[in-house]
Design a protein around this ligand. Structure first.
Ligand SMILES: [Cu+2]
Length: 304
């Protein structure tokens, strides 16, 4: 293969910003010149991602710890999760919101029974209350359009069966913080944008990708990992798996909303932030948002 068609790497300092600790630090951007079309077809698996519009709310996870009921659920764009808890014990309810699930309609939820208002942001959201009386209580978004229920059962109900079932079918938070220090921006070339990444055994580099909304994007992802668990990439927002055909992945997507992706072994995660204008971004805010985002592990059955 023509050596001139290989990947060139250069590090460009393009921004100075204020770090989280208040000190100025420079952000390193990795930009790689793109591979020619011929080389791409030679070595990489080509994948097109199409949005999955039907988000289903997963069942809850449940366990008790120190007299507190710990409930976990994952929300979908058009649906709130229904939960079941026991009366008399305090509840700590974590709602994990996938990046594409929060919108103007569902971002504020009201629980009338407990007089609670909660703002939901992508990532982990904690709601605390103590249910005193049994029954089925409705909660909804601020407009009353999206509704779901909190079912409060008798204190002596066995919650075991519920828990076991949920563990098999629901996405669960991963113990992983996406490293947002290094960033790659989509590079506009006419009517497409491109970004080059690399997978090693330690990380997806960079793990933060910023793309412009609605503009077709080519993600060229080199696979330099030795571990075969990195030969598959998972795109849960698209219910899609991509396979390394040798050398890496070439992913085409028309991004409409943020999404995460991970290696097939769910050991490494990356985040794609989608913005209206690549030339007008608040990088520090995006890095903070992505650092706080808790990635989700989806069950095998989620993918086509
Ligand atoms: Cu609403």
């Amino acid at each position: 293969m023509n050596t001139e068609s290989g990947i060139q790497t250069k590090h460009v300092r393009i921004a100075k910003m204020s770090g989280v600790n208040g000190k100025d630090r420079s952000v390193k951007f990795t930009k790689k010149a793109m591979i020619t079309g011929a080389a791409l077809v030679c070595v990489m698996g080509l994948f097109m991602l199409f949005p999955n519009l039907s988000g289903e709310a997963a069942p809850q996870t449940y366990r008790e710890e120190g007299g507190v009921q710990l409930v976990g659920s994952v929300m979908a764009g058009g649906r709130y999760p229904a939960i079941t808890v026991r009366a008399g014990l305090p509840v700590k309810w974590t709602i994990d919101a996938p990046p594409d699930a929060v919108n103007g309609c569902n971002s504020r939820l009201f629980i009338g029974e407990y007089g609670l208002e909660q703002v939901l942001t992508p990532g982990s959201n904690l709601i605390e209350f103590t249910p005193e009386r049994t029954g089925k209580f409705r909660y909804s978004c601020w407009m009353g359009m999206i509704r779901s229920t909190i079912t409060v059962v008798d204190p002596d109900t066995d919650m075991g069966a519920l828990t076991a079932k949920a563990a098999l079918t629901g996405p669960e938070p991963a113990a992983y913080v996406i490293p947002a220090g290094e960033v790659v921006l989509g590079k506009k070339q006419g009517r497409i944008q491109m970004a080059a990444l690399r997978i090693t055994d330690e990380a997806i580099e960079p793990a933060l990708v910023i793309l412009q909304r609605g503009l077709n994007a080519n993600l060229v992802i080199e696979n330099a990992a030795l571990d075969s668990g990195k030969d598959v990439l998972l795109f849960p927002s698209y219910k899609m798996k991509a396979f390394d055909a040798g050398g890496g992945f070439a992913i085409t997507v028309k991004p409409e909303g943020d999404f995460q992706f991970s290696t097939g072994d769910n050991a490494l995660f990356a985040y794609v932030k989608v913005v209206d204008d690549l030339d007008d971004i608040d990088l520090g805010a995006i890095q903070q948002e992505v650092s706080a985002y808790r990635p989700l592990v989806y069950p095998e059955s989620h993918f086509r």
